[in-house]
Design a protein around this ligand. Structure first.
Ligand SMILES: CC(C)(COP(=O)(O)OP(=O)(O)OC[C@H]1O[C@@H](n2cnc3c(N)ncnc32)[C@H](O)[C@@H]1OP(=O)(O)O)[C@@H](O)C(=O)NCCC(=O)NCCS
Length: 155
């Protein structure tokens, strides 16, 4: 698999332009608004300018940064682009942070992906999706309830 025909850009203006893809990973816009402005937004493009993936990373405390959103466009999924974005981000933040953290729904689709990228489950926030979202989030056929946090040592 070659990735030479992709580029990843840090997006500083017009972040909302990427909302359709961001909503794939976090389907409530008001939740995205909590981190999009303060976070670093990255977009991966193909040679032809096609948008392949987006990711948002925020600053945390005690040497921890947080991957808040990661989405690969449906037609590009399962081709290694998600892993490539994670590798890029770990490399980019390793000089300033020791740990990258990510919170995701209690679904094996996303937990399995992050584990395959080297993350390990650290803790669970009970009922996060019930309390913070205004509608039921269904993934892989079941309603998301708890937020599962995973961590990876990067620095
Ligand atoms: C989850 C997502 C980011 C993964 O990106 P992707 O480009 O499809 O994944 P990749 O092709 O890079 O997969 C990387 C590795 O993870 C593995 N993997 C993917 N899903 C997996 C799963 N459910 N269980 C185990 N391994 C998994 C792949 O087999 C691959 O391993 P390999 O390189 O050894 O073959 C993407 O599918 C997506 O955007 N989904 C919708 C939005 C979302 O749920 N985002 C995450 C919430 S923040």
């Amino acid at each position: 698999m070659t990735f030479s025909n992709t580029r990843i850009s840090l997006i500083k203006t017009g972040k909302k332009h990427f909302l359709p893809l961001l909503l794939l990973a976090d389907e409530q816009e008001s939740m995205i608004d909590r981190y999009l402005d303060k976070g670093d937004l990255y977009a991966m493009f193909g040679n032809d300018g096609d948008l392949i993936a987006v990711a948002v990373v925020t600053d945390g405390t005690d040497g921890v940064c947080e991957l808040k959103n990661l989405a690969v466009a449906p037609e590009y999924q399962h081709q290694g682009y998600g892993r490539r974005m994670v590798d890029f981000l770990c490399n980019r933040y390793k000089d300033n942070y020791n740990i990258m953290q990510v919170g995701t729904g209690d679904s094996m689709i996303t937990i399995g992906f992050y584990e395959s990228c080297g993350f390990v489950v650290s803790h669970i926030v009970k009922d996060f999706f019930i309390i913070n979202y205004d509608h039921a989030i269904i993934e892989d056929g079941h309603r998301l309830k708890d937020m599962v946090y995973l961590k990876k040592t990067i620095g």
